[in-house]
Design a binder for this molecule. Structure first.
Ligand code: NBP
Length: 478
């Protein structure tokens, strides 16, 4: 009974997290279903800190100080339920189980409820940053009870990434599934960010006529400004890489069909249920999906359209500057949508989520880490009740400056036949929000016509219906 914490599930994420904990002075009991992984972790990295290898769940539990703290890092889904089923009978009231896998927040809510009935704290913790993050400092988004967080905080803070101002990239997000919910939205925003960078690349390549190397330079420049982010940085690195086999730019050697593990899809499904339009994230999920429909694409490749023609070089330079504006504005829109979704989720599930704190813990460690997130944090610090990020004074000023170029980019892309679902969906969202009147009036009138779904009027209170099939007189319907 000497270990501060236990980790079960020692594939890449679990081993790296265990090593991170050990390197930061914690005594870590380690366990894996297949014991060979436990042995090799201790053989390979035992000198990095204090590990207590355990061959069985019983041995792992017996080695933990009380109240016991145990992290499970197994494959999300059934494996997590299996592990909980195995460990729960061995635990006691007050013990804390942390699920660091990519669980769906609804599963986390269920597991938390079930374990709470047995007096065990269950903390669904979103962990972002991939393998490197797990080892050197991820962004950690824990849900569960405040009491459980208090018992985990010193450990989590010791292993989390540090934001540029030195703050640890972890905070208690909210109760039960709040942590996994927020991690899901993080991943949705990540999808949108990647799609937007992809569209910028596509336009720079096919319309501006730049080589991947030149685009890497453009991205490098952007990465020193307001678009400074991990994804921008790695995009530039990918674009300078040459394929060893063909000698061609690496990006040209990769098949152009993007896969997904499902968190983007979960974000969109959940957003639909909550009634929150996350069009930027949805377009990113659809774009990956469409890229993978090879048969459909082959069957459609003969469809007529303009052939992309490269621009003159000074026009290309100006166009690149416009793309920076379009990328920034579209990014801002997808973050606004993501934050709208977190607000709606908090309301629906009764979570007290500090929206500025979420931005703060995404400044380091995670995949969407970016200078920009400090601005988001500041926007919520200035006005915790902010309805949309787009209405923040600083952001709205930037949108004002960007919108002309943003429109020009979408128009140019359309003229050249280059798809920009992310840029154009973001612009449509922006224009929808600013519109004085929307054609939704006609939609509602159609609904009343074919289904007597009623409507409200602009000039007086009440619910109305028009007798479309009869004398077209109006009647009260409330
Ligand atoms: P995997 O998702 O590949 O899971 C492998 C681990 O699950 C192994 O330890 C395996 O044990 C264990 N396991 C399985 Br599978 N079924 C089990 C069962 N019925 N009982 C007990 N253990 C079982 O590992 P990973 O890539 O390290 O990811 C771990 C978690 O972290 C996942 O939820 C993942 O979504 C999440 N995550 C991953 C990343 C990333 O970048 N990879 C980032 C963020 C979060 P075995 O060795 O005996 O087969």
């Amino acid at each position: 009974t000497s270990a501060d914490i236990g980790v079960t599930g020692l594939a890449v994420m679990g081993s790296n997290l265990a090593r991170n904990l050990a390197r930061n002075g914690n005594t870590v009991a380690v366990h894996n279903r297949t014991p060979a992984k436990t042995r090799s972790l201790v053989e390979d990295f035992g000198d990095e800190g204090a590990f207590v290898p355990a061959e069985s769940p019983q041995e792992l539990v017996a080695s933990l100080k009380r109240p016991r703290r145990l992290i499970t890092m197994v494959k999300a889904g059934e494996a997590t339920d299996a592990v909980i089923g195995e460990f729960a009978p061995l635990l006691e009231e007050g013990d804390v189980v942390v699920d660091g896998g990519n669980a769906h927040f609804a599963d986390t809510r269920r597991r938390e409820r079930e374990l709470r009935e047995r007096g065990i704290h269950f903390v669904g913790a979103g962990i972002s940053g991939g393998e490197e993050g797990a080892l050197r400092g991820p962004s950690i988004m824990p849900g569960g009870s405040a009491e459980a967080y208090a018992s985990l905080a010193p450990m989590l803070e010791s292993i989390a990434a540090e934001a540029p101002d030195g703050a640890p990239c972890t905070t208690h997000v909210g109760t039960d599934g709040a942590g996994h919910f927020v991690k899901m939205v993080h991943n949705g925003i990540e999808y949108a960010d990647m799609q937007l960078i992809g569209e910028a690349f596509h336009l720079l390549r096919d319309v501006a006529g730049y080589t991947p190397e030149q685009i890497a330079d453009v991205f490098g420049t952007w990465n020193r400004g307001r678009l400074d982010s991990y994804l921008m940085e790695i995009s530039a690195q990918v674009l300078t890489h040459t394929d060893a086999e063909t000698g061609a730019p690496f990006v040209d050697a990769v098949a152009d069909s993007a896969e997904q593990k499902g968190t983007g899809r979960w974000t969109v499904q959940t957003a639909l249920e909550l009634g929150v339009p996350v069009s930027g994230i949805a377009e990113a999920v659809f774009a990956r999906s469409l890229s993978g429909h090879g048969v459909l694409r082959a069957a459609s490749s003969g469809l007529p359209g303009p052939r992309a023609e490269a621009m003159e070089s000074d026009a290309a330079g100006r166009f690149a500057d416009q793309i920076e504006q379009a990328l920034y504005a579209s990014k801002l829109v997808s973050y606004a949508q993501g934050w709208h979704m977190m607000r709606a989720g908090a309301q629906e599930y009764d979570w007290d989520i500090d929206l500025g704190a979420v931005a703060a813990i995404w400044r380091g460690g995670c995949i969407i880490r970016a200078a920009f997130l400090d601005r988001v944090r500041a926007a919520y610090a200035a006005d915790p009740g902010l309805t949309t990020l787009l209405a923040d004074e600083g952001f709205s000023r930037e949108l004002g400056r960007a919108q002309g170029d943003w429109r020009a980019v979408v128009a140019t892309a359309t003229r050249h036949g280059v798809p920009v679902p992310g840029f154009s969906a973001a612009l449509s969202y922006y224009d929808t929000l600013r519109a004085g009147r929307l054609p939704a009036a006609l939609t509602q009138a159609q609904r009343d016509f074919f289904g007597a779904h009623t409507y409200r009027r602009v000039d007086r209170e009440g619910v109305f219906h028009t007798r479309w099939g009869g004398d077209r007189g109006e009647e009260r319907a409330d």
